[in-house]
Design a protein around this ligand. Structure first.
Ligand code: DUC
Ligand code: ZN
Ligand code: ZN
Length: 467
């Protein structure tokens, strides 16, 4: 048998193993793993490199409508190029239902935006903001059957929040359809109360965004969501956990045998609320929700990562331009933190940060890195065993990493649509030097050499974790 591509001389890492072997790829799939694979049409020399599953980023926002006059900085072309440059081969953005709109129509609109634009594969979660009887009774069940097997709901934000009754109704549909429900756990009323009190006191700078959403607000909402999930008896994913308080709620639920899963993100192991205290409006660059906490919280997140409380490590990439009137420095943002768009770019830096802070600093093994960055995302969201590991029959989604390469994260080397990175000057050890998506080399040495439109829009099976 001959192969289209062979990756030779590298060390393969999966969520369970690390060993020296070659890989032969036929078409879009891995056809053989052997001590030696020769005679392929093309070879890549991976001597000295780690050969890992391409990253799967299961929490990103792309081309999502924001408030009036605010625009996300990435479309599907720039987001997927940036993801590929960061060692990823698949992303999972959200198709947001705006209130008063059909959920099905929202999905079709996003698909149209993504089609012919993606460098790597893309698969949508839904965001349910308007759970009408038609959405709950017809649209949602039909969409789950069509392969949209996960959806997010919010416990805060004027235009997204669901009340407790609505959360329960959505959870009930998730249970019946075996879909995985993802929950943004921060309390609407408590944030509103804090925001208005701070504004009355003239405390309006970006830093007060963090003060308006303390850990106790995230902890209360996390506990409430867990309680609702227990009542309905449905599995649930707590997204973007920021610190000890919420992490301990998840651990408590898991210890009681509940199917409660959790995700965390690079900002919660590297940034703190102090980053929001930059001069003038510089702090706006770090405004995201939940906000970064403190170094003790970072320790708690590592505890959760190493103890298995967290299944996935995602970017929550939600990019805005800083120096732009439709971004962080929109005219109203100077009047109060409440108008600073919520979110930071991170699709390209997620994996180098986890590798460097985790593997290079000895906190986690390379296998655990693979589990947190790829394998569990595929299992959690119904892409396994097509994606998420290196094995015969899997899509040839592979990232080659130089574990010793030192790099300084800088805006000028990134491919996203934002005009800054929160990690400017952050030093890492370990860097992705090539990305192969379904057998095709899409990134080499930081250059995107893939084709726009190569990435497919994928439907998914039911989550292994959702039943
Ligand atoms: N939640 C997210 O998941 N992303 C950005 C903003 C937010 O509140
Ligand atoms: Zn959220
Ligand atoms: Zn998000």
């Amino acid at each position: 048998m001959t192969y289209d591509l062979a990756i030779r001389g590298g060390t393969i890492v999966t969520a369970t193993d690390m060993y020296r072997a070659d890989i032969g790829i036929s078409g879009e799939r891995i056809a053989i793993i052997a001590e030696e694979v020769s005679g392929a049409a093309r070879e890549i020399d991976a001597t000295g490199l780690l050969v890992m599953p391409g990253g799967i980023d299961s929490h990103v926002h792309v081309s999502q409508p924001q408030g009036l006059g605010i625009t996300l900085a990435d479309d599907f072309a720039s987001a997927t190029a940036s993801a590929a440059a960061g060692g990823n081969t698949c992303i999972m953005p959200f198709a947001l239902q705006q209130r008063g709109h059909s959920l099905r129509q929202s999905v079709e609109d996003y698909k149209r935006l993504a089609e012919s634009e993606c460098y790597i594969d893309t698969s949508f979660h839904l965001i349910v903001s308007d759970p009408t009887p038609a959405v709950l009774g017809q649209e949602l069940p039909a969409l789950v059957k069509d392969g949209y097997t996960s959806f997010k709901v919010f416990m805060t934000y004027d235009d997204l929040v669901l009340n407790d009754r609505q959360l329960l109704e959505v959870f009930d549909v998730a249970r019946a359809e075996k879909a995985l429900v993802m929950v943004h756990c921060e309390g609407y009323d408590t944030i509103k109360f804090m925001t208005e009190r701070l504004e009355r006191a003239g405390k309006t700078e970006p830093y007060y965004h963090a003060v308006s959403r303390p850990e106790v607000i995230e902890r209360e909402a996390t506990h409430r969501a867990i309680s609702h999930a227990e009542l309905i008896d449905v599995p649930m994913m707590v997204v973007h956990v920021s610190g000890r308080e919420a992490m301990e709620q998840v651990r408590w639920a898991q210890q009681r045998g509940l199917k409660v899963y959790a995700e965390t993100c690079p900002q919660y192991i590297t940034l703190t609320a102090e980053d929001l205290q930059g001069l003038n409006m510089e702090g706006a660059k770090y405004v995201c929700s939940p906000p970064p906490r403190d170094t003790e919280s970072q320790k708690a997140i590592w505890e959760g990562l190493t103890q298995g409380v967290f299944q996935t490590f995602s970017s929550d990439h939600c990019p805005f331009r800083y120096d732009a009137t439709d971004g962080k420095l929109n005219p109203k943002a100077r009047t109060s933190f409440r108008w600073v768009p919520n979110g930071i770019p991170g699709i390209e830096t997620r994996l180098p940060i986890l590798f460097s802070e985790g593997v290079s600093k000895g906190r986690i093994t390379a296998q655990k890195f693979v589990e947190l960055s790829a394998t569990n995302h595929a299992k959690m969201y119904g892409l396994y065993p097509k994606k998420g590991s290196i094995g015969v029959g899997f899509d040839a989604d592979i990232a080659l990493w130089d574990p010793n390469r030192k790099e300084t994260i800088r805006q000028e080397i990134l491919h996203h649509g934002s005009d800054y990175t929160p990690w400017e000057g952050f030093e890492v050890t370990g860097w992705p030097v090539a990305t192969i998506a379904r057998g095709k080399l899409v990134m080499q040495d930081g250059d995107i050499i893939g084709d726009k439109g190569f990435g497919q829009i994928l439907s998914r099976s039911a989550s292994q974790y959702a039943s």
